[in-house]
Design a protein around this ligand. Structure first.
Ligand SMILES: *Cc1c(COP(=O)(O)O)cnc(C)c1O
Length: 394
């Protein structure tokens, strides 16, 4: 049975507007007269992150994909270099490095979390290994203490794919460090499916001081234009490779309106996340589904609410059942190590935990304007699927 998106009672995602986006875009044009990149709103957004999270240097990009591509250039990844990363991630995490000729060494997920298993990394390191790329899935930190120790021992770079991880932290004792501040480099996304949006948009965080100057040059199409505008050089020139990684002020103005509401957005999403968790707990306790596990070293930024079903077949039936009741719930990544593009290049290790999350994980609608009434309906529908007698027919 097919349903048009308009027929859903509950869509999967709905972009939230804070109300100031159009005004700031208009101001960029009329008041500041600057619509190309690296203007007032770009600097406001970058400063917001640098001040709030202590990131050393931030550069807005047109996407997280672009920020990851910049990271691969900054690390001077060469053909044959090996890069270690989870298989359970978005294709851009790998593509950015494959574009430079890297060989990707995929790591399995943890049994209880889609994040990669930090303890299986060390056995995969060879003399060709250049970097570890960490993904903080669902905005929950990976085990950064273990990963940074391994990287330190072997002289490897660490890049955080923090696309989903805005306003989330890594905890160690009573120390809390923001995700995006732990690797040499980190990449964020402001795609419309993330907590804070700009349609398409992203940001590179440069924590390693030695990479800062070059990052600016790559960002400005291989020129020292930024240094020129600061008056540090008397003309600007082609000095390195680069590309057009910087977004227009239209994107930055939109993003700044969102950032002003970061706290309200985060609070609302956390409230919705906890409401799902409490509502679905009885089903988890009865053994029908698994709920997300937040590791002791992680915080939850409510980027995503997912459940884990018992099999692929059961998940497919649940998706269908929800669809018939007007609810759009969606699965997530297919394992990259077993993708049509990479299957032949992978070293053949089976990655069973990754496979389980690919087959069994199901994401529920989660967006600012979702209501508890809608959540009650979603929870009751899932109840009715698993316990047709007990759950009330929605
Ligand atoms: C969303 C996402 C990306 C890509 O972000 P874009 O801004 O769309 O390029 C990369 N990695 C992960 C883990 C993501 O969730």
């Amino acid at each position: 049975m097919r349903i048009n998106p308009e027929d859903y009672h509950v869509v999967f995602n709905k972009p939230y507007l804070t109300g100031k986006e159009a005004l700031y875009i208009e101001q960029a044009a009329k008041r500041w007269g600057h619509l190309s990149g690296n203007g007032k709103y770009t600097r406001l957004c970058q400063r917001f992150f640098e001040e709030r999270y202590g990131f050393r240097r931030c550069l807005l990009t047109t996407s997280c994909t672009d920020a990851l591509e910049m990271a691969a250039l900054l690390l001077n990844i060469q053909p044959g270099d090996e890069v270690i990363m989870p298989s359970y991630t978005f294709v851009s995490t790998a593509n950015a490095f494959v574009l430079r000729g890297a060989k990707i060494i995929f790591v399995d997920s943890q049994p209880w979390h889609p994040n990669m298993d930090a303890h299986s990394i060390e056995a995969l390191i060879t003399p060709r290994t250049k970097a570890i790329v960490v993904v903080h899935y669902a905005g929950m930190a990976n085990d950064m203490k273990t990963i940074l120790q391994i990287a330190g021992r072997h002289g490897l770079y660490v890049v955080e794919d923090a696309a989903q991880a805005i306003d989330s932290y890594h905890k160690e004792g009573n120390r809390r460090l923001p995700l995006g501040s732990l690797g040499h480099l980190a990449a964020f996304s402001f795609h419309e499916t993330k907590n804070i949006i700009a349609g398409e948009g992203g940001m590179l965080v440069i924590n390693a001081p030695s990479m800062e100057a070059r990052a600016e040059i790559l960002w400005e199409k291989g020129t020292n234009r930024s240094a020129f505008f600061r008056g540090e050089v008397d003309k600007y020139n082609w000095v390195d490779v680069g590309s057009s990684f910087l977004p227009s002020e239209i994107i930055a103005a939109f993003l700044y309106a969102q950032l002003e509401h970061l706290e309200a957005i985060q609070q609302r999403r956390l409230n919705l996340w906890n409401y799902y968790y409490q509502g679905l707990k009885p089903l988890a306790e009865a053994g029908f589904i698994d709920l997300p596990t937040i590791p002791a070293y992680a915080t939850n930024n409510a980027h995503m609410f997912y459940i884990v079903c018992r099999s692929l077949e059961e998940r497919s039936r649940l998706i269908d059942y929800l669809k018939r009741h007007g609810i759009l719930a969606v699965f997530h990544y297919q394992p990259l190590h077993d993708s049509p593009f990479y299957r032949e290049k992978h070293d053949g290790r089976p990655l069973p935990n990754c496979r389980r999350f690919a087959d069994c994980l199901l994401r529920l609608p989660l967006f600012y304007e979702l209501t508890h009434t809608q959540q009650d309906y979603i929870i009751a529908t899932i109840e009715a699927f698993y316990r047709p007698q007990k759950g009330k027919k929605p």
